[in-house]
Design a binder for this molecule. Structure first.
Ligand code: ZN
Length: 312
């Protein structure tokens, strides 16, 4: 309920800031273009004037040129920077607001849902995800042709998502894949890392900003697929609506989990399963040597009562 109110508010604020930024850009372009035109006209007039008027006129041209440069600088370096800065700060405010909602939900309804689930009431529920695959442009040295190389192929994605579905079926949860998109961001293809300090990093802000927004008021988890992470197979920042997974077919990480199970583990972290399991057969494990695809009753009930799991 809390999120049902919060998410549209966030969307409205985001849209408002983006529109204001676009308007500022348009105004800036118009102002600089007008000053440029004025300078060009004055320059022409200067040429037709006799000395010493032309000298004075040239001085005026120089002044206009300075104003033109200052305006361009203010538009590019000051106004645009301020908007960039506001958008980053707002991501942190949304993040804190989502945690406040998390607390309110636990106190009011979630503990009841959890207990009912433990009592055996487990009707079918859904988790919606949207997949964003990072990619880079590879140019063929011989032909010069540029091809887009995504972090995972369609076959690899299908294998991952089938695994995710199979594991969540243990909790009577269906996976609904809203969309699969190939996005750019080659700078994050192999550079993302997983620790709390990254909450202030550029990929965190980018992934938060570009995460899919809720569809028809249903929450959506965005799964960013990268080629590899520097220190993990996947990552979730509790409080956000997105996770990162690597593509094991692409990586040399040597981690015990397969990608589908990594996705389940990261979703588990988002749904409040913060700790790892010592059982190598459990999907929340950090130990090698097991199937890493099992969820126990407590884990199922925590996931089922979380904000990402809905009846519709
Ligand atoms: Zn983990």
């Amino acid at each position: 309920m809390c999120r049902l109110i919060l998410e549209p508010v966030i969307l409205i604020i985001k849209t408002f800031i983006q529109v204001a930024r676009d308007i500022a850009r348009t105004v800036c372009e118009w102002v600089t273009r007008t000053i440029r035109t004025v300078r060009e006209v004055v320059e022409k007039i200067c040429k037709s004037l006799p000395w010493p008027l032309s000298l004075l006129c040239n001085f005026v041209t120089k002044v206009i040129e300075v104003i033109e440069n200052i305006t361009e600088w203010v538009c590019r370096e000051v106004i645009d920077r301020i908007f960039e800065w506001v958008q980053v700060v707002m991501e942190y405010i949304y993040y804190i607001a989502r945690w406040v909602c998390w607390l309110i939900t636990w106190i009011t309804v979630r503990w009841i849902e959890y207990l009912l689930c433990r009592a055996g009431i487990e009707v079918s529920k859904n988790i919606r995800i949207c997949v964003k695959v990072l990619s880079e442009n590879i140019s063929n040295k011989k032909t010069g042709a540029v091809t887009i190389q995504p972090a995972a192929t369609n076959a690899e994605l299908n294998a991952m998502l089938n695994q995710v579905s199979a594991v969540f079926r243990q909790c009577n949860i269906n996976i609904i894949v809203d969309s699969i998109d190939i996005i750019g961001h080659p700078e994050f293809l192999r550079t993302t890392t997983c620790d709390f300090g990254n909450t202030f990093s550029s990929f965190w802000v980018t992934f938060s900003r570009e995460a899919c927004s809720s569809k028809n008021l249903f929450p959506v988890i965005t799964v960013y697929v990268v080629e590899k992470m520097t220190n993990a197979g996947g990552c979730a920042f509790p409080g956000t609506d997105w996770i990162i997974t690597n593509n094991p077919a692409n990586s040399r990480s040597g981690l015990p989990l397969s990608a589908g199970n990594t996705i389940v583990q990261e979703i588990g972290h988002l749904c409040d399963l913060f700790a790892h399991s010592s059982d190598p057969n459990n999907v929340m494990t950090d130990q090698p040597g097991g199937t890493s695809d099992q969820l126990d009753e407590h884990q199922c009930c925590i996931i089922r009562s979380s904000r990402f799991v809905t009846f519709g």
